[in-house]
Structure formats: C-alpha cells, structure tokens
Design a protein around this ligand. Structure first.
Ligand code: P6P
Length: 304
C-alpha cells in the first residue's frame, strides 16, 4: 500500500497543499489518541453556535490550530469552535483552512463514531470564498478504524487508513458514486412539521423498501454513502433552523467538494449547488441534500 505522502506526490499535488494536508493528518492522529484516552467530560464553555463544548472539542481545536500554525502556510483559520477568524503569520504561503475539529462530539458520550472536517482555500481570507474554489477537502472518521478521506481538486477522492504506528496508508482511490441508491439518511425529521413534502419523500423511500442509515453524525453518515458508492443525506430547514443547521464553511462546502470529486452532487433546498454558495460569514448555515446525483435532484424537486 502507498503512503500518504507518496500518493499525494504521485497525484502531483502542489507542495503547499501537500504540506497542509500532512499537518492535518498529524492533527487527526493526535485527536484520535485524545479520543481513545481523553476525558469525555464537559468543558463548561460554549462554542459560537451556543453549543456546549466538551473538553475534547477544545483539545481537538487546539491540536488543529497548532498543526496549521506549524505549516507556516495557513494565514487564516476558521474553526467551528471559535467565534472569530484566526490570522497567523504564514511566511511560506497564504492559505485559508476552515474546519470542524470534532463534528458530532455530542455523540462521544454514547461512544458513537465522530469525525473532523477540513477545507483548504488559496488566499488569506474566508469570506467571499465558495466550495467551487477549494483546492482540497478532507475528513477524518474515528471509528473502529481511523480513516482519512482526501479530495484533491480535479484528481478525485482517496481513502487512507491509519496503521498501528500512526501512518496513513492508501486503501482506496478515485471513488465513484452511482446516480441512484437504495440507501437514505433522513436528517432533521422534525422538519416534516413545516415541510409535509419532506414527510411524503421519506414515506416514498420507505414504501420503496430503501434502507435507512442515519447515526446523527454527519461524518459517519456521509462516509457510509461514499463507502457504499450510493446514498442520499437530507437535512432541510425547520422552525428552529429555517436555513438548516449544518455550517456552509466547516461542513457543507468541504463535503460538497468531496462528493463532486466522486461524481455526486450537493444542493440546498432551493436547488442551488452548495459549491456555488458564497461564504459571507464563517458560521452561516445551509440546508443540504447530498449524495447520488439523481437522488439529490429528485429529493430537492420533491420538496418544491
Ligand atoms: P440532528 C452533529 O451535531 C451535527 O452537527 C452533524 O454531525 C449531524 O449531521 C447533525 O448535527 C445532526 O443533527 O438534528 O439530527 O441532531
């Protein structure tokens, strides 16, 4: 099996992007160690979305900030755990990384699988960027096996598995999604209270005998789709989150890029491609329908 660095070199990844991804991989390794050994307690603080932070949220965020600073390439960091954008001296280059250091951390107490999500843009500013501009995106999934999934612009999606000495070895490359699917991951079912057509869509899936796969963690739920090569994840808005709950910069744009590189699609509830949504503020949210192309188009059409 090929190593992480060997694969990125083989794909002619620009050296700056390769270096940032290398530091992200190191951060993932340290987050994994902290998860397996760390305190799952509450940090008695809240993030900018008003969500209670776990000790692990704060620790994971600090790990990623440190690694991105070490790269000397990241001028701007946007973290789901930080209210404001962070700016660092970056003598070797000028990139922006938006990330969710521990997505789904509320599931840690139940010992369910969670992950980290990253998007890498050129330039030293996040606002004004779109998912279409991403140079690379990645996510880590801390399950029975630790996997790091990387999408390189125009090069496809690569899966690496962490071995017992903390190295990431290539296990799959150039992932492709089918246009249709038998799986569905219906997020935010409370939205059926204001979206009767959403209830009709879910009932249609059930009547067709499709298989429901939903854990409440965006990373494992979308990873299931990529690994199976098919599926649709739906997260419309509801009374509490009329524009959706999931964040554009930290979650939806990076995943939209990854799925596009695997031949999939990500739309918001209005039918706009997530990749074309301009980031206006770091914590803005969006609705998202993502997965097998035909399923995503049909789902958004069904809600109009
Ligand atoms: P709900 C986890 O809190 C998260 O941000 C995503 O990982 C996940 O897809 C979503 O929220 C789950 O939301 O409404 O099902 O709790």
């Amino acid at each position: 099996m090929y190593s992480f660095n060997h694969t990125l070199r083989e794909e002619n990844t620009p050296s700056d992007v390769r270096s940032i991804l290398y530091h992200i991989a190191r951060g993932v390794k340290y987050i994994n160690f902290s998860l397996r050994a760390g305190n799952t307690g509450v940090a008695k603080s809240q993030n900018s979305s008003g969500e209670e932070q776990l000790t692990l949220d704060v620790l994971s965020d600090n790990i990623i900030i440190e690694q991105l600073q070490y790269s000397q390439l990241v001028a701007c960091c946007a973290s789901e755990e930080q209210e404001e954008l962070m700016y660092f001296p970056a003598p070797r280059g000028k990139y922006t990384v938006a990330y969710d250091p521990l997505d789904g951390s509320s599931l840690v107490g139940a010992n369910l699988t969670i992950g980290s999500i990253f998007g890498i843009w050129e330039g030293g500013e996040l606002n004004g960027k779109k998912g279409r501009d991403l140079l690379a995106s990645a996510y880590a999934i801390y399950g029975p096996r630790v996997e790091l999934i990387v999408a390189l612009k125009g090069k496809g999606v690569f899966i690496f598995e962490m071995n017992d000495v903390g190295e990431f070895m290539l296990t799959q490359k150039k992932l492709e999604l089918k246009d249709t699917s038998k799986y569905f991951a219906p997020g935010n079912l409370r939205a059926t209270a204001i979206h009767p057509k959403y209830l009709t869509l879910v009932e249609k899936y059930i009547a067709e005998g499709r298989t429901l796969r939903y854990s409440g963690g965006m990373v494992p739920d979308l990873h299931h789709i990529l690994k199976k090569g098919e599926g649709i994840f739906t997260y419309p808005g509801c009374a509490k989150h009329p524009n959706g709950k999931l964040r554009l910069a930290f979650e939806c744009a990076p995943f939209a890029m990854i799925f596009a590189e695997a031949g999939g699609l990500a739309l918001d509830v209005h039918g706009t491609e997530i990749l074309d949504l301009e980031i206006k503020s770091p914590h803005e949210r969006t609705t998202i329908f993502i997965g097998s192309t035909d399923e995503v188009k049909n789902a958004v059409k069904a809600l109009q």
